[in-house]
Design a protein around this ligand. Structure first.
Ligand code: HEM
Length: 124
């Protein structure tokens, strides 16, 4: 009742806000990870996601604005467009525009332990 200040139940382990250095496993608050499987579902003109450099973008609202036309974007919807994006030699402006459409990061499926279907095989 008198312990409201204590929001870090100490005793074991470091404070949980510490930025882990060097192990690449830091999960920043608010960053969402999507698997290829999930991204693949956003493959239509009314729902268009693309992966560029392992980042995921929702370009649905950008299709009509794209100077290169909406078709090229729809063609690759739901997949990795890094190569095509780089092949075109997009300007710095184009790269900055990407930020507006950022929705998250590509989740490497090898690390995806949570969606295992066979993890509950051992019933008692
Ligand atoms: C996904 C995010 C993308 C953004 C924000 C974007 C943005 C832009 C912008 C701003 C331009 C004008 C030129 C420049 O500033 O570089 C452009 C041109 C172009 N883009 Fe994209 N682009 C994207 C993806 C793609 C992809 C995946 C392709 C190919 C499959 C593509 C193909 C083209 C082509 C062919 C042009 C040249 C159009 C022309 O000059 O006639 N773009 N894009």
């Amino acid at each position: 009742m008198g312990e409201e200040i204590n929001d870090n139940p100490s005793g074991s382990g470091p404070a949980d806000n510490t930025v882990a250095e060097g192990n690449g496993q830091t999960v920043e608050a608010g960053v969402k990870y999507y698997t290829l499987e999930e991204i693949r579902l956003h493959n239509m003109s009314t729902d268009t996601w693309l992966i560029i450099h392992d980042k995921v973008y929702d370009l649905t609202g950008f299709l009509e604005e794209h100077p290169g036309g909406e078709e090229v974007l729809i063609e690759q919807a739901g997949s990795d467009a890094t190569e095509s994006f780089e092949d075109v030699g997009h300007s710095t402006d184009a790269r900055e525009m990407l930020m507006q459409y950022y929705v998250g990061e590509l989740h490497m499926e090898e690390n995806d332990a949570k969606s295992g279907e066979s993890s509950s095989e051992m019933a008692i």
